[in-house]
Every structure is written in C-alpha cells, then in structure tokens.
Design a protein around this ligand. Structure first.
Ligand code: XIL
Length: 312
C-alpha cells in the first residue's frame, strides 16, 4: 500500500506526526519518515525546553528533529512560541512589568524563529488563547499585556522569518461553537487590521464517536476568511480496553476528520499527535483513556490508519 504521505500528496495535502527526538531511531523513525511528510516536535520547541534558564538555550532536540525532517524531505511545524503551559520557571515565577514582559516575549520569539529561519513550513505562534466560552484565557500574557499580545507575537514572528506560515492553534475549535467563533472573530479582526496571520490550527484532540458533525463547515468558514487551516494534533481517544468495535468506530472517526480536510482546498495539512499508542500523551492525561493513535503499541497500523488512507 502507498504510504500516507504519498496518498496525501496526490490530494495536495501534507500529513504529519508529532515526534520526540529521543525516539527517532529504529521502527519509530522508519514509520515517522516513511509515512509522514511533516513532523512537529511534541515538546522540543516549547519555551521551557529551549530556554530552561534565562539566556541559556538548549536547541539539541529541536535541531535533531529539524535535521531528521530535512534528511527525509519533510516539512517541520514549529510548536509553539506563546502559551500558558510548559514555560520555564524563571518566566512563570518572575515579577514583570508589562514593558519587561513584552520585551521578554519579543526576544524569545525573535531568537527561536531566527534560529530556524527558512527551515520551518509553519509556526504555531499562539497556542490555546481562549476559554471554552470564547473569552480570552487568563494567562501571564493576557493578564499583563491584554489581547494585543497576539498581534505583537505574530508581527514579531513575521519579522524574524517571513517564509514561515503563522498560525493560531487551539483545541475544542473543530466544530462551530462559542470558542471557535471567538477564534474566527479574532482571525477576522487580525486580517482586517493587517496583522500577519496565515492559518488556523485545529488541534483535534477528540473522543471516540464525538467528531463534530459540522467540522467541514467549520474548516470552510475559516478558509473563507482567507487563511489556511491545519489539523495540528489529531488523536481520538477511547475508554480502555480497546475492542474491535471501538477500533471500527475509531476508523470511521479518523476518516471523517481526514475527509473534512480533504474536501476543503485550504485545509493544507493533517498532523496526528503521535502516530503510535506507545507514544501518546493521552493515557497520562485522560485517566482510563488511550489507544488514540493510528498505530498500536507494536507499531502495527490499526483500522484508524486505514481511515486516514481511505480519506486521502
Ligand atoms: C503535550 C505533549 O504531548 C506531552 O508530552 C506533554 O507532557 C504535554 O504537552 N496541546 C498542545 C500540545 O498544544 O503541546 C500538548 O502536548 C498536547 C495538548
């Protein structure tokens, strides 16, 4: 069978996976490179990973993943520059004036984006800015700088690497709801104001049998604003144990999501958040849930894999 990356390419799409640098050898590396045309570092480019103490950078794992991608003719999706989570303690626990924090943020974005200038297809510039009701999430950024931190981050990223597509990324924004509508209104207003924004990332951490029925419509409404859309972190978790019936439902769910992307020209990529159940964040975070990815723990493709393949 043709690998996913060839099937996606035939439809003009990119198919990606999140990866950990430490696992990029053996079968894991073979599947990551053979099946996927894009990689996203799962943690390696987060602020706490790259700048654990102020001014002292650790690029080893991020560099490794970029080199792996280049060696295998893959895109890299940078993830993520501005977030409330996985920040270094010196940042979280520091006491900052607004002016200082603005400078810290600008310096961080400029340093990291410049390091990978010309090498990344896209950056998730701002991650998870909204609450479920569509209000802005209270974070170190919003609380100190107001919502304009988003425009400032995008403008700074654009200046550092004009060739990377700049995204805003969030979860529970796959269907039409209060949160996705707030994101929609933000993107519209950024476009109206001439702030650089190229795309919207729908994380798509979904639950078995609960793919929003209006996902294609939602993707299309973002596309109609004149931005690209990416499915950035797809996984579909089930209550354990795995059964064949759940596997069949999961295949249908994966196929639904991939078909929705396939149907919209400006849906440019679909990335899974880890391709194997042995390397998924789900069991650690959602108690009792797992088996969320397209490959089982022994690196064998599950029905979910064929759901993606059939959609592309
Ligand atoms: C997750 C990683 O996969 C885990 O290894 C880490 O412990 C926590 O973060 N949304 C995101 C990703 O944007 O960065 C998160 O990744 C999953 C949820």
């Amino acid at each position: 069978d043709a690998p996913l990356r060839d099937l996606a390419a035939a439809k003009g799409k990119v198919v990606g996976t999140a990866v950990s640098g430490g696992k990029l050898n053996g079968t894991y590396a073979d599947i990551a490179s053979g099946q996927f045309s894009s990689v996203t570092p799962d943690n390696a480019m987060k602020w706490g990973s790259v700048e654990p103490s102020r001014g002292s950078y650790n690029w080893a794992e991020a560099d490794q993943i970029v080199a792996f991608a280049q060696a295998h003719n893959q895109q890299v999706r940078g993830h993520t520059l501005v977030w409330h989570s996985q920040n270094p303690n010196w940042l979280t626990n520091g006491s900052w004036t607004a002016a200082q924090l603005r400078t810290v943020l600008q310096d961080h974005i400029t340093t990291e984006v410049t390091r990978y200038k010309g090498k990344l297809a896209a950056w998730d510039v701002v991650n998870e800015a909204f609450n479920e009701d569509g209000t802005y999430r209270s974070t170190i950024w919003y609380d100190n700088l107001g919502s304009d931190y988003i425009a400032q981050a995008l403008t700074t990223a654009r200046a550092a690497d004009p060739s990377a597509k700049l995204y805003i990324n969030d979860y529970n924004v796959e269907g039409v709801n209060a949160k996705s509508t707030a994101l929609y209104n933000l993107v519209k207003s950024l476009k109206d104001r001439g702030v650089p924004i190229d795309g919207v990332g729908l994380q798509a951490h979904l639950i078995l049998g609960q793919v929003p029925t209006d996902i294609q419509k939602n993707i299309q409404r973002f596309a109609d604003l004149g931005v690209d859309v990416a499915i950035t972190e797809l996984d579909i978790r089930m209550q354990l144990p795995y059964t064949d019936a759940k596997g069949a439902q999961q295949k249908a769910d994966y196929k639904n999501v991939a078909s929705a992307c396939a149907a919209v020209t400006r849906c440019v990529s679909l990335t899974v958040w880890g391709f194997t159940d042995s390397d998924s964040w789900v069991p650690d975070v959602f108690s009792g849930y797992g088996a969320a990815t397209p490959y089982n723990e022994s690196f064998a493709p599950k029905p979910a894999y064929y759901g993606i393949a059939e959609a592309f």
